[in-house]
Write a protein that binds this ligand. Structure first.
Ligand code: SR1
Ligand code: MG
Length: 413
């Protein structure tokens, strides 16, 4: 096995020219390939390799956090977990992720289908573009991966073996444990926030019951292996055309709570919502209405799809039909209770994600691209305050409609 070496635009054709999966998608002669490095995330190299017959994506892990530099080493093994996550997502939610053409564990690289003309959803949201079918796609993805990766669907032995496989992905979830769940709530070294937010930040950090709820959620994230979660399902992990979407980038995969992905996803739509007045000005309102409708519909589709799978695909050890139907009962109340737990976790995670993107390391472009710091601080404050209410109230929220009403209320302040 060859020693790991990071690729570059110059070295890629010579180094990967003999790989069938690439030559068959791009063209046999590497001297005819053109290579562009397009990685704009925080961690990896991403190349588009194009040639006479088409294009592929080559994604390679770097041995450090790209955002910070080599002072923060990061294991290459994350590519191995990303590869296994992609195969499971493809099986559990067919058509939702790019197809994998080749995987090289030693070089920590995955060759994937080039999605075209897909664009990162976060960019579309900042630009005020709509995506047809987005909510249905996202709601189904989250419900199918949550349900089919759990003991509601999987045989106990398969689930245990999968949990143990992904348990090796240690350093990547550790980033989430620190940057998402912990750092926002104290004066951590890598934190930064927009000037002007100090009163809101100190109120959050002084709120002990809120910090207890966040720590309880962290405990659940770290020890509740309900299902395989994407682990980083923000709008930068979704690529869309005007009418179709795919989920990318599951290197933060782990087994965790079923509400984790949909909660993080809703947070990123809410941040897009709050940032819009700075990007659209007086025209923001109509587009903001569309964003809230996506949140409501995504959650409605999640719930409907989860209930459909509950009724038709309960093949695991949990809630066997014999416990219910044999005595003339039905299992709908049990499904209601499972969903209530999912939504409680989802809204708690949602609030936490809304905090970390403004207070910890790795902010999001929705707010970061607002040049006027006074405006940015005002919009981020709304986002932080709604986040806090979602954490405080996560056990008692009636649903996405109520969350969207709360968002409208903060947006008007
Ligand atoms: C140091 S990595 C920072 C963030 O980038 C990734 O996309 C995750 O969201 C992580 O929290
Ligand atoms: Mg990512």
């Amino acid at each position: 096995s060859a020693e790991y070496k990071a690729l570059s635009v110059e070295t890629l054709p010579a180094r990967l020219g003999g790989i069938d999966a690439i030559t068959s998608g791009v063209g046999a002669d590497p001297s005819q390939w053109s290579v562009q490095e397009v990685g704009d995330g925080n961690l990896n190299l991403v190349f588009i390799v194009s040639g006479p017959i088409g294009s592929v994506i080559v994604k390679q892990a770097l041995p450090y956090v790209r955002l910070v530099g080599d002072s923060w080493p990061l294991p290459l093994y994350r590519a191995y977990y990303e590869y296994h996550a992609l195969t499971r997502q493809a099986a559990r939610a067919p058509g939702s992720v790019p197809s994998v053409l080749h995987f090289d564990e030693d070089q920590a690289l995955i060759v994937m289908e080039f999605l075209q003309p897909h664009v990162i959803l976060r960019r579309k949201l900042i630009n005020g573009e709509r995506v047809e079918g987005l909510a249905a796609f996202l709601g189904e993805f989250c419900a199918r991966t949550a349900f089919r990766g759990s003991e509601l669907s999987m045989a106990s032995a398969d689930k245990k073996s999968d949990v143990s496989l992904f348990a090796g992905n240690v350093e990547i979830p550790a980033i989430t444990e620190a940057l998402v769940f912990t750092d926002p709530y104290y004066d951590a070294e890598m934190n930064n926030h927009t000037k002007g937010l100090e009163p809101v930040v100190s109120a959050l950090r002084g709120d002990v019951p809120l910090k207890v709820k966040v720590q309880q959620m962290l405990q659940s994230f770290a020890s509740n292996t309900e299902t395989m979660v994407h682990g980083d399902l923000h709008s930068g992990s979704i690529m869309s055309t005007p009418s179709s979407s795919r989920i990318i980038d599951p290197e933060f995969v782990q087994y965790g709570p079923m509400g984790f992905d949909i909660g993080m996803l809703c947070a990123n739509f809410l941040m897009a919502y709050f940032s819009q007045p700075a990007h659209r000005g007086a025209d923001a309102e109509t587009y903001q209405g569309w964003i809230l409708s996506v949140i409501e519909e995504t959650c409605a589709v999640f719930e409907a799809e989860f209930r459909r799978l509950w009724a038709s695909e309960r093949t695991g050890m949990l809630y066997p039909a014999a416990l219910f139907e044999d005595q003339g009962q039905d299992s709908v109340p049990a499904c209601d209770a499972v969903l209530a737990g999912i939504w409680r976790d989802a809204w708690c995670v949602c609030g936490i994600e809304m905090h970390r993107r403004c207070l910890s390391l790795a902010h999001n472009a929705d707010f970061e691209e607002i040049g006027d710091m006074t405006v940015r601080a005002r919009l981020e404050a709304r986002n932080l305050m709604l986040g806090a209410d979602l954490i405080r109230m996560c056990d008692n929220l009636s649903g996405a409609g109520a969350v969207c009403d709360m968002a409208r209320d903060f947006n008007g302040r």
